[in-house]
Structure formats: structure tokens, C-alpha cells
Design a binder for this molecule. Structure first.
Ligand code: IPM
Ligand code: MG
Length: 367
């Protein structure tokens, strides 16, 4: 049988730096665990624009459709701020999500014990926090038509459309309920059914789907209240299911609760392919961090943990995913810190490669 295939799209800013460490981890799994991957690399975002004049070349799109999983670093940067909207780096990522039909975006917000003091919230509110946000990723206001800037009378009007079909709400809901079944069996659905018809439909469909998951305790919350509850008492949540735009915002909020954006991975999953694996793209939640690009300061953990999610969700290697997550936790517990995980006067941070070294040593020690 041939090896599973991975397409690495390191992208912009710190993307290539953190991905360099992921490549070493992938190498470790080949050498030490006999888990070999066929890895290819290509461009996305500003890097693709520089080379091809487009943030995602058609050939790259075609490759992404064929591989077992895509690993993405980050896209964007100030050099591309003035580009036309249609070729902005972010458009490359959005095209991947849309054309691969990656409708279920898993964003864990997990507070590592060693970093609990780091949150802007009181330690006791976040210690042990473990939430999974499931964000619908291929529809809603990000993609709804009509959209554009139009001349109406003597002024311009900017239009975007929140649009959800029942099927779109349902398939995402099913993935969220499935996850809830494997976790603490609690699901909170967030919309604004008080002001949006799409929210009313959302609530109805999620309630309908819940009948297939009687063990899961379902609740509904208006998304604004959800934002408030996330900072008031985040540990009340297990799985949150919400739409594309609310999910974008709520997941940033949840990420910050953990105090360590540099630690958070994500998975974007679609329907199963012929081989039974879901279409999948894995990426850190953090962005391209232009302020620290090229300085060796970036924390590779989020990108490495995204690979752990790939092991779990694409390659059925849950035990190996656990091993990698435990290695990262061990490194944190040992006090190894990149600059983003330190406060002033906290001592000397390690650089990107040294963080990779520490995680590799912890992996070795786990054997
Ligand atoms: C995210 C990002 C993206 C989004 C951008 C980069 C297009 O904020 O993945 O959360 O808005 O979805
Ligand atoms: Mg975002």
C-alpha cells in the first residue's frame, strides 16, 4: 500500500518557519514509528501571488483535492494589504475551504495547565478548560450571494448575504454531535434567532438533528450571549456549534481565553473521500505574524498540534496524536517557552528550532 499523502502549504510570514519544525516531526514519525508520508510542498497566499499572480494556482488547488490531507501554515502580510480583494492572500485559503468543501471547522480551545496563569482571565476560570468550537466553514455570509459593492442611486452600497440551507446546517450539526458523543456529550448551538431568519432555521435544524443523538444534552444560545458566557464562565461549554462568521469571532475569543494563541491548532474537514478519509486541511489558529517573521521567534506548537489533529482525524492514529500532544505538554511543563509564552522578566525564551528540538526529545522519551 502506498503511503498516505500530505500537501504542505507553508504560506506567508512565520508559516514556513513553523512548518519547518512540523517537517521534522513528520520525519520522526517515519524514522521512529514507521509512519511514512509522501510529502509534497507548494505555495499559497502572498507567496503564491508573488510567484504566479494568484493566491492559489489551479495546479495547487488540484493537488489539494488529491492528497489525503493538506497542512497549511499561514497567509497574509502587510506587503499584500493593497492588493485587489480578488487576489488577496486570504482568498487562497477561502478557495481551498470552499472547493474542498471543508464544512466542519474544529477549533479546540484548550488551556494547558502550565500556561493557565497566562490567560487574561483569572486562573481558576480557565484551568482545565477544554472546549471544541465547530464552525461551519463553507457557507453563510462569507460566501452568500448577492455580494459586492454596488452603485445604488448616488452612493455605493456594500452587500454580503447570510444564507444557509438546511442541508448545510445539518451536516455541520452532525459532525458537532458526533464530536460531542466522543467528549462530554454537551452541545451548545449559537446563532441569533432573535434577529435573523437564518438563525431561526439554524435552531430548528439543530434541534431536529439532536433527535438522533439523545445522549447529547443540547442547549441554544444567542451568539452575543455566547461571547459573554465564554468570558464569564467558559468551563460551562463542551462543544459549541455555530456559523461561519460567529464561529470566526467566537473562536478567536475562546483562543485568547487559553492565553496562548501560539498553541492552538485547527482541523477543517469535509465529506469522506473514496478511501474513507475525510477531505481535510489542518492549520494553526494563529496568523502569519509579520511582526516577528524571520526572527526565529515563532512558536511552532500550534502547527505541530495541527499535525497531531491530522494523525487523529485523517490517519486514524489517535494513540500517536495523543503521544504528540503529550510531548508538547511535557515540554511546557518542563518550562520550555517561546517568547509568546513569556511575560517580561520571565527569563530567556527558546527559538523556533529549539522548541522543535524539545518536542522531538520529548517524543524520543515517550518511546
Ligand atoms: C480564520 C481567519 C480567516 C477567516 C481569514 C484569514 C480569511 O480569520 O481562519 O479564522 O476569516 O476565516
Ligand atoms: Mg479568524
Amino acid at each position: 500500500m502506498s503511503n498516505p499523502s500530505l500537501l504542505i502549504l507553508a504560506g506567508d510570514g512565520i508559516g514556513p518557519e513553523v512548518m519547518g519544525q512540523v517537517q521534522r516531526i513528520i520525519g520522526w514519525y517515519g524514522d521512529k514509528r514507521g509512519l511514512n508520508f509522501d510529502v509534497s510542498e507548494d505555495l499559497v497566499g502572498g507567496a503564491a501571488y508573488d510567484a504566479h499572480g494568484t493566491p492559489l494556482h489551479d495546479d495547487t488547488m488540484a493537488k489539494a483535492q488529491e492528497v489525503d490531507a493538506v497542512l497549511l501554515g499561514a497567509v497574509g502580510g502587510p506587503a499584500y494589504d493593497d492588493l485587489d480583494f480578488s487576489v488577496k492572500p486570504e482568498r487562497g485559503l477561502l478557495r481551498l475551504r470552499k472547493e474542498m468543501d471543508l464544512y466542519s471547522n474544529l477549533r479546540p480551545a484548550q488551556c494547558f495547565d502550565a500556561l493557565a496563569d497566562f490567560s487574561s482571565l483569572k486562573t481558576e476560570l480557565v484551568a482545565g478548560l477544554d472546549i471544541m468550537i465547530v464552525r461551519e466553514l463553507t457557507s453563510g455570509v462569507y460566501f452568500g450571494e448577492p455580494r459586492g459593492i454596488f452603485e445604488v442611486g448616488n452612493e455605493r452600497v456594500g452587500i454580503n448575504t447570510q444564507r444557509y440551507t438546511e442541508a448545510e446546517i445539518e451536516r455541520g450539526a452532525r459532525s458537532a454531535f458526533e464530536l460531542a458523543m466522543r467528549r462530554n456529550k454537551k452541545l451548545c448551538s449559537m446563532e441569533k434567532a432573535n434577529v435573523m431568519e437564518s438563525g431561526i432555521l439554524w435552531r430548528e435544524v439543530v434541534t431536529e438533528v439532536s433527535k438522533d443523538y439523545p445522549e447529547v444534552e443540547l442547549s441554544h444560545m444567542y451568539a452575543d450571549n455566547g461571547a459573554m458566557q465564554l468570558v464569564r464562565a467558559p468551563k460551562q461549554f463542551d462543544v459549541i456549534y455555530t456559523d461561519n462568521l460567529f464561529g470566526d469571532i467566537l473562536s478567536d475569543c475562546a483562543a485568547m481565553l487559553t492565553g496562548s494563541l501560539g498553541m492552538l491548532p485547527s482541523a477543517s474537514l469535509g465529506a469522506p473521500m473514496e478511501n474513507g478519509r475525510p477531505k481535510a486541511l489542518y492549520e494553526p489558529v494563529h496568523g502569519s505574524a509579520p511582526d516577528i517573521t524571520g526572527q526565529g521567534k515563532a512558536n511552532p506548537s500550534a502547527c505541530i498540534l495541527s499535525f497531531a489533529m491530522a494523525l487523529r482525524y485523517s490517519f486514524d492514529q489517535g494513540a500517536e496524536a495523543d503521544r504528540l500532544e503529550a510531548a508538547v505538554e511535557k515540554v511546557l511543563a518542563d518550562g520550555v517557552r517561546t517568547a509568546d509564552l513569556m511575560q517580561a522578566n520571565d527569563g530567556t525564551p527558546v527559538n523556533t528550532k529549539e522548541m522543535g528540538d524539545a518536542i522531538l526529545s520529548a517524543l524520543d522519551a515517550s518511546l
